[in-house]
Design a protein around this ligand. Structure first.
Ligand code: CA
Length: 224
């Protein structure tokens, strides 16, 4: 999952970005309202973490601008504005959630998970397919109870495919949602990680969960 992190305090931004990356999210950090609208316009994000007191364009104006065209992207406001009236204003303008600074990182992560789950599936933190099971909270994969050890990127790919079961997902879409701006689009990275993910799944499960559709992408299906 890919997150746009909007926070002008560099140290706080660095702290949040690092924590989220450690949990397997792709994160792009921006430091003012203008850059937010630019990055939002050119990339595909699953969620935005939005500070309100921002240089150039205020966070609420950024949110209103985004909501003019996009009702579905998840937005969590992360702000020092702690009055009830501020929270109401933010939620009225289309934020999905509102967290007040100072905040607990674990709580931010829990709220992100909650919003992303609501986006994709009406289920608790476990997503299953056949005997394969993903714990999206622990970022852990098991096959009939036995752990399948994956790298962070492999896990990210698998989670995205599990959330989009039975749909063909292009390599381009995977790249958009699993890598951040530092990704080199001309590298073979996606193919490399997919290949090693498929190999590990096959070793552990003896089932071909992920199929390659030539010229189109990848599909994750329940085994026959
Ligand atoms: Ca700020």
């Amino acid at each position: 999952m890919r997150i746009l992190l909007v926070e002008d305090e560099r140290r706080l931004s660095g702290y949040i970005a690092k924590g989220l990356q450690n949990s397997g999210y792709a994160v792009d950090a921006v430091y003012d309202g203008e850059a937010t609208l630019y990055e939002y316009g050119v990339n595909s994000y699953d969620l935005i973490i939005l500070d309100l007191n921002l240089p150039k364009v205020d966070g609420l104006d950024v949110l209103r601008e985004i909501r003019k065209t996009d009702g579905s992207i998840k937005v969590i406001i992360l702000s020092a504005r702690s009055k009830v009236s501020d929270r109401i204003l933010g939620l009225d303008d289309g934020a999905n959630d509102y967290l007040i600074k100072p905040f607990d990182f674990g709580e931010l992560e829990a709220r992100i998970r909650n919003l992303l789950r609501r986006e994709f599936l009406q289920v608790p933190s476990i997503v299953s397919l056949g005997g394969l099971s993903l714990d999206t909270k622990a970022k852990r994969v098991t096959f009939h109870g036995t752990e399948v050890v994956l790298t962070r990127k492999e896990y990210g790919i698998l989670e995205y495919l599990m959330f989009h079961q039975n749909q063909v997902i292009s390599a381009e879409e995977l790249t958009e949602h699993i890598w951040n701006n530092t990704f080199d689009p001309f590298s073979n990275t996606v193919r490399y990680h997919i290949h090693s993910l498929k190999k590990k799944l096959h070793m552990a499960c003896r089932i071909e969960y992920i199929k390659t559709i030539r010229g189109q992408g990848y599909i994750m299906e329940a085994p026959q």
